[in-house]
Each structure stands twice: as structure tokens, then as C-alpha cells.
Write a protein that binds this ligand. Structure first.
Ligand SMILES: *Cc1c(COP(=O)(O)O)cnc(C)c1O
Length: 367
């Protein structure tokens, strides 16, 4: 069987270094808020190109903390609006709602699947305080137009970089393009831990300091509590593992791009749409999404022929029960993507033979 993502193989590739890092922490007797966090945060900030990186428990928390900190800083208040793409993983919206802010959904571009810069301005109201862009599927969502709108309307630009570690726009990493970015180190992400993990990157000293506090019981000094915080920390073992994997991230992403190139050059079935690539720096192919009107049939055909695929995502956020007031709203482009998208296997460990087999099967598929 060709697996969608063989995590065992992903870890095995660096097992010597990972085992060394894990035993170092196990034997150190220090498991939280120590040297490994410091080391990884420094390395990650340097890699992304920001002054600060603050580790936290997971990617959803990273996004939650950004908005929470802006509220604590008086930059936003509950009831304010945040523009977010209608096509995204639910976590992007949850982080906004969790803080009592209001997500305002904007349709994506049908070619890039990213928030449509030309539809953003119409969604801006006097209550809009931020745009949360999501580099969905590993593709950069930022455009100069989005930067201009943030300047014109004095909006914070927040990036959801959960799927795009190592993705670049004009040489700069996503995660350094706006005011703050949330990153996930969920095991299946391009930079994945062996469990949950997340981080915020920013150049804003006050924001970094506030996030460090709210994610650690609201504590500014030991036993001194300024905020009603929570416990949301990155542990030392995960930080040590991430520090190892960060060193290999560019090589892993390069392999993902090779796979993507093979798919794009190889797939010639006229009923299957391959992703649009603006340029090869601005996509790290966390996901390789194809589209077809007979998606469920294609998925079944590939399953029957031993290829695992996943749908990202089967139900759009506005059709979810947790946002039931929005269920009757219509976002036709978003709904089309959710009805037609199918993710093919892509990872740093998939072989050329496996990729060629997927291509062969898709080209042979009759519609
Ligand atoms: C994975 C993901 C998150 C959440 O990250 P977790 O670490 O799983 O909490 C947020 N946004 C997007 C777009 C994601 O893909």
C-alpha cells in the first residue's frame, strides 16, 4: 500500500539524532522551560527571520495566544472582527472565536485556494482589527495587496503558518511577513514533533512577552500573576526533537517539491486539476491537492488500487455544527473546493516508484 504519510519512516530517517536528543533530555532531569526550549526558540526565530519565537503547547494555542495577547495589550477587544479565509482548517476560526472576536469569512481564489486578496476590502468594517491569512496546503497566501490593505486600514496581519514551515515569499519565510504568526508542530506537519507543539513568531517585544505570560498561568515572574492565564508550554523533549528536525527542514521540503514536480509534470488526466504554482519558493507542499468533479469516485478508485488519500477538508467551517448560525450561508467557491479536493500522498519519504505508480493510476482513470 502507498501510505498517505508514513510517519514511522519520517522519524526513522533521523532516528539516531532524535534518540540522542531525547535521551539527553531524559537524563538531564529537566523537562520544562529549560535549555532545550531556549535553544529551539532561538534557532526557530533565526530560521523564520523574526526576533522572537515563543514555544507553546500546540498550533491552535499559538493562534489563540496571539489574539489573547492583543486583547490584553488593548489592541483588540471582544466583538472586534477578524478577516479569515472561508477555506481553511477549523483551528484558524476557533482561535478567533475563543477570544470573543468575530471571524469574517472571505472566499478563496479558485486557482490558488488562498484567501482572495480582491475580496478582502469589501469585508472590512470599522470593527475589523486584523486579517488572519492561512498559508493553506503549504502555499504562501501573502500578496503585496494584502500588505497594502493592512497599512491602509491599520489592521494587524496575523499568519497561520501551521502548514507552511520553510515557505518563502521574496526570500522571506512565511511566519515573518506579518505582525505575528502561529505555527503548529503536530507530527504530520512539515516540521513535526513527536506529539503536540506550537510556537508564535513575531518582532513585537510586548506581544512576545505577553504571550510568554498568558501561556504560563499569566505569570510574569515566578508566583506573580498578571493575567488569568493557562498552562500551554512546549516541553523539553519536543523542543529537542524539533531542533533536530529543523536542521533537515529545507532538505525535506526540497524532496516534497520534487514529488510535487513529478505529479504536476506527470498527471495528464483532463478531469484532474493539479495545483497552480506561482513559484517554487512559495510552496512547500504540506498537501498536494488535486481537484475533480468526481472526487469520491477517484478516492475510491485509488483506495481500491492501494493508494491512501485524504480530503482536506470534507466539510467547510461555515457548514459545521459549531458554527450553526452560519450553516445557511453560501460560499460557492469554498463549497466547490470542499466538494472536489483530494490530497495525494506527498512527504519527504515517499519514493519515486510510489509517485510514478500514483501518476500511472490517475492517468489511467476513466471518467
Ligand atoms: C494543524 C493546523 C492548526 C492547528 O495546529 P495544532 O498543532 O494541531 O493545534 C491550525 N491551523 C491550520 C491551518 C492547521 O493545519
Amino acid at each position: 500500500m502507498i501510505k498517505f504519510l508514513d510517519l514511522e519512516k519520517v522519524t526513522a530517517k533521523y532516528s539516531a539524532e532524535i534518540n540522542e536528543a531525547v535521551s539527553r533530555v531524559v537524563n538531564s532531569g529537566w523537562y520544562l522551560q529549560g535549555k532545550e526550549n531556549e535553544k529551539f526558540e532561538t534557532a526557530y526565530a533565526e530560521y523564520i527571520g523574526t526576533i522572537y519565537a515563543v514555544g507553546c503547547a500546540n498550533g491552535l494555542d499559538a493562534l489563540i495566544w496571539i489574539f489573547r495577547a492583543y486583547i490584553e495589550m488593548g489592541v483588540m477587544k471582544p466583538g472586534d472582527e477578524v478577516i479569515v479565509p472561508a477555506t481553511t482548517y477549523i483551528a484558524s476560526l476557533l482561535a478567533i472565536s475563543e477570544n470573543g472576536l468575530v471571524p469574517v469569512l472571505v472566499e478563496p481564489d479558485i486557482n490558488t485556494y488562498q484567501i482572495d486578496p480582491d475580496r478582502i476590502e469589501a469585508a472590512i468594517t470599522p470593527r475589523t482589527k486584523a486579517i488572519l491569512i492561512v498559508h493553506l496546503y503549504g502555499q504562501c497566501a501573502y500578496t503585496d495587496r494584502i500588505g497594502e490593505l493592512c497599512g491602509k486600514y491599520n489592521l494587524k496581519l496575523v499568519e497561520d503558518n501551521a502548514q507552511a514551515h520553510g515557505c518563502r515569499f521574496n526570500g522571506k519565510c512565511t511566519g515573518s511577513l506579518g505582525d505575528a504568526a502561529g505555527h503548529s508542530f503536530y507530527p504530520g506537519k512539515n516540521l513535526g514533533a513527536l506529539g503536540d507543539g506550537g510556537a508564535v513568531t513575531t518582532d513585537d517585544e510586548e506581544l512576545a512577552r505577553t504571550i510568554r505570560a498568558v501561556a504560563n498561568y499569566g505569570s510574569t515572574r515566578k508566583y506573580v500573576f498578571r493575567y488569568i492565564g493557562r498552562n500551554s508550554r512546549l516541553d523539553e523533549i519536543q523542543a529537542a526533537v524539533l531542533d533536530v528536525k529543523l536542521r533537515h527542514l529545507d532538505a525535506d521540503n526540497a524532496r516534497r517539491k520534487d514529488v510535487a514536480r513529478m505529479y504536476i509534470n506527470g498527471i495528464n488526466n483532463p478531469s484532474v486539476v493539479v495545483p497552480y504554482v506561482r513559484d517554487w519558493d512559495s510552496n512547500v507542499f504540506h498537501i498536494f491537492p488535486v481537484r475533480t468533479e468526481r472526487r469520491d469516485e477517484l478516492q475510491k478508485y485509488l483506495t481500491d488500487n492501494g493508494v491512501q488519500t485524504i480530503i482536506h477538508y470534507p466539510i467547510p467551517p461555515h457548514k459545521q455544527e459549531c458554527y450553526k448560525d452560519w450553516n445557511s450561508w453560501s460560499f460557492p467557491i469554498t463549497e466547490k473546493i470542499h466538494a472536489e479536493e483530494l490530497s495525494l500522498p506527498v512527504s519527504p519519504v515517499i519514493t519515486d516508484e510510489e509517485v510514478n505508480e500514483v501518476i500511472r493510476l490517475i492517468n489511467k482513470w476513466q471518467v
